[in-house]
Design a protein around this ligand. Structure first.
Ligand SMILES: Cc1ncc(COP(=O)(O)O)c(C=O)c1O
Length: 390
């Protein structure tokens, strides 16, 4: 039984008629840059993420860059983030000549550790004259929000701007007193990615910046078109960070299905939890299933399971075994960012972030998507059992 890590063809088949119609409308109009589709998507996604403004941009990576540019983070500034994330989070900081400062993660969620963050801020930034830290980028990894309430109070205490990297977490919810908040609505700015493998994905690259700050949104709109208010007259130095009309059109069709898809991902995740429990693998300590934090809050869809990531003993051999069985898996991420060659100039060493380093040796993402069948899930878990039995 071949089970891909992600089956985008199955998703396309389920919405083909609407998508093809929309694409054909855009092609007939021969208008491909920004326009009404992008504006409508911005309005719809702002509402979905519970923010006042949204600005469509060319990718999640560019959303990070343009947000940092708008917040005037640059040369000499320090930006704190997790070493256990996709490269773009730290890459955006470094590309603007600011310095990424890493903070270890928390074992269960693999998100930035509040305890370690507090320690870092106290040790490095509490003395007078050492206030180079300008911003903090918590990443909502795998689709689960970082622990935002304490993060936001630490940011307020140390006067840090907060950029939520929600590239993997569109629609994820974080519990607050009496309710919940959606990813991107809690910091100064939030960003999304529409890379084809994301829960809300385009037919190519795309991204979005979300904020409640009107001035910031206007500035990002300006930066998106090279900084020019009028054609060929440039007020500030920007770039080409535009979102294609075609991408917006596709994303608007998909957005209508997103709530249902997120619910189905959650159901698939619960089925995996149950199957792993029944298999005995969890009890024997061979596999750890992802734990949904904030479990008792009663909030639905708090974790949107962009990835269902287990921690596995002998992870690399297990991955090889599953590949032979036709089960697609992936490792997010095999090397912590502080150990990447391109960041060697930062001076970090192995052992600096042990929780992140350990996670990079144990994590394994399994197939999870709305179209995944229960027979396929059975096969994935029984194949994992076979591996440990052999
Ligand atoms: C956490 C995180 N941040 C940023 C990005 C960058 O998004 P994009 O690939 O759209 O540039 C990604 C995409 O994989 C991501 O997972």
């Amino acid at each position: 039984m071949g089970i891909p890590l992600l089956d985008l063809k199955a998703q396309y088949q389920s919405i083909k008629e609407d998508i093809d119609k929309k694409i054909s409308e855009v092609v007939s109009s021969q208008k491909f840059i920004l326009g009404a589709e992008v504006e409508s998507l911005e309005r719809e996604l702002a509402a979905f993420c519970q923010t006042d403004f949204a600005v469509g941009v060319s990718s999640g990576s560019d959303a990070l860059i343009v947000s940092l540019m708008a917040l005037e983070v640059g040369d000499g500034d320090e930006v704190i983030t997790t070493p256990f994330t996709f490269f773009a989070t730290a890459g955006a900081i470094a590309r603007l000549k600011a310095k990424p400062v890493f903070c270890d993660i928390e074992e269960v969620s693999c998100n930035i550790s509040v305890e370690k963050l507090e320690e870092l801020l106290e040790n490095q930034y509490s003395k007078p004259g050492n206030s180079k830290a300008r911003a903090l980028i918590p990443v909502h990894l795998y689709g689960q929000c970082a622990d935002m309430t304490p993060i936001l109070s630490l940011a307020a205490k140390y006067d840090l701007l907060v950029i939520e990297d929600a590239a993997q977490a569109v629609g994820a919810e974080y519990p607050i007193e009496g309710g919940s908040k959606r990813a991107c609505s809690m910091g100064d700015v939030g960003i999304l990615s529409f890379f084809p493998s994301k829960n809300l994905s385009g037919f190519g690259d795309g991204g979005m910046v979300l904020t409640n700050d009107e001035k910031l949104a206007s500035k990002i709109k300006l930066l998106r078109v090279h900084g020019g208010r009028d054609k060929y007259f440039y007020d500030i130095l920007g770039g080409n960070f535009r979102l294609d009309t075609l991408q917006a059109a596709v994303l608007r069709v998909k957005l209508r299905h997103l709530d249902g898809w997120l619910q189905k991902r959650k159901e698939r995740a619960s089925s995996y939890d149950r199957l792993f429990e029944e298999s005995g693998l969890v009890k024997e300590g061979l596999v750890k299933v992802p734990r949904a934090l904030y479990k008792n809050s009663g909030i639905q869809n708090f974790h949107i399971y962009h990835q269902y990531v287990i921690r596995a003993k002998e992870r690399d051999r297990l991955q090889e075994f599953l590949k032979e069985k036709g089960v697609g898996t992936s490792i997010y991420y095999p090397l912590s960012l502080h150990l990447q060659k391109c960041f060697s100039y930062l001076g970090y060493r192995e052992g600096d972030f042990p929780v992140s380093e350990k996670a990079s040796k144990e994590v394994l993402a399994l197939p999870v998507y709305p179209e995944l069948t229960s027979a396929q899930q059975d096969f994935v878990v029984s194949s994992i059992s076979d591996f440990y039995k052999s």
